[in-house]
Design a protein around this ligand. Structure first.
Ligand SMILES: C[S@@+](CC[C@H](N)C(=O)[O-])C[C@H]1O[C@@H](n2cnc3c(N)ncnc32)[C@H](O)[C@@H]1O
Length: 293
């Protein structure tokens, strides 16, 4: 199973006890959901949300293995947190967790082209059942050069964004872009790069963010959380890159100014050396915690 990032710190801050209720907005396979559910049993519950129905199936199978019965799982986007909570008649929560982005399962098993390390169809949607969302390939084959350059620069912080956007246009005139390998070839052609990091890393990140509208949705999710928390309830957020972290930090700071609550950890919390050694994915994680009034 996915190794849950900063689990001990989340648990020590949430201090879950029997009868409490928590919401995990990004449940994945249940790395955080399951320990929370165990701690609040028998009368407390966890509402476990994930946009990916396959992840909800993975979660359910893990819950069965662990014989856990106090988790309400919901396939949905956390931008609709209020609605999902109401539909499930879930009580005001003691704490809400957001562990943003994708999980290792997406890279290793989803087959949706989240990584340049595997040659797969470029889909990148967390929720492929939502046909209103264009796939990464749809976006690459239809966006204007200006839009491509803008998102690669903004979401990928990629200095070769201009060249990559031009190369995408050039490549798609010859052949529809379909696979991760198609995109890797385009980026290699555009950057002639021989750096340590694969030159496609930033472009893949940008594309995933635009396909899933990630930054915009973080805002919706955080604001919705305010409405479904108990007084003195906690919001914990784990981000994985500077754009997400800057956005969350700004919102929490503004809330503190408006007296909506207080930032619990003045300094951002990061995994220690031992966790990073065990779980490389955690190396860029940043945890922020906010308590409402
Ligand atoms: C980092 S993983 C969570 C891992 C989980 N905390 C664990 O330790 O097992 C993020 C999960 O959030 C889901 N996700 C991403 N964006 C979402 C959104 N807007 N709404 C709901 N789920 C989302 C992804 O499908 C993924 O399964």
């Amino acid at each position: 199973m996915h190794d849950p990032v900063l689990l001990k710190t989340i648990l020590s801050n949430f201090s879950p006890s029997p009868g409490n209720n928590f919401i995990d907005c990004t449940a994945g396979e249940g790395g955080h959901t399951i320990p929370l559910a165990k701690a609040v049993a028998p009368n407390g519950k966890v509402l476990a949300i994930d946009a990916d129905s396959e992840q909800i199936a993975n979660l359910k199978s893990n819950l069965e293995k662990e014989k856990i019965e106090n988790v309400v799982s919901a396939h949905g986007n956390f931008k609709n947190l209020k609605q999902i909570t109401a539909e499930n008649s879930f009580p005001p929560a003691d704490g809400i967790l957001f562990d943003f982005g994708f999980s290792s399962w997406h890279i290793e098993n989803s087959g949706r082209g989240f990584s340049f390390q595997k040659n797969e169809i470029l889909d990148m949607r967390y929720d492929p059942t939502d046909k209103s969302i264009p796939t990464a390939a749809d976006y690459l084959n239809s966006a204007s050069a200006q839009d491509l350059e803008k998102i690669i620069l903004e979401f990928g912080e990629e200095r070769f964004a201009h060249n990559i956007a031009r190369e995408i246009l050039y490549a798609r005139r010859k052949k529809t872009i379909e696979t991760t390998q198609d995109l890797v070839n385009i980026v290699l052609e555009a950057t002639h790069s021989r750096g340590k990091i694969n030159p496609a890393t930033k472009t893949f990140q940008a594309l995933r963010m635009v396909v899933n509208n990630e930054l915009e949705i973080i805002k919706y999710g955080l604001f919705a959380a305010l409405d479904v928390l108990k007084p003195k309830g906690l919001i914990a957020t784990i981000t994985f890159h500077s754009l997400e972290d800057r956005l969350v930090k700004g919102i929490l700071k503004e809330w503190a100014k408006q007296n909506i609550g207080e930032v619990v950890n003045k300094k951002v919390i990061k995994p220690d050396y031992i966790e990073i050694k065990r779980n490389r994915r955690s190396r860029s994680a940043k945890l922020r915690i906010f308590r409402i009034l």
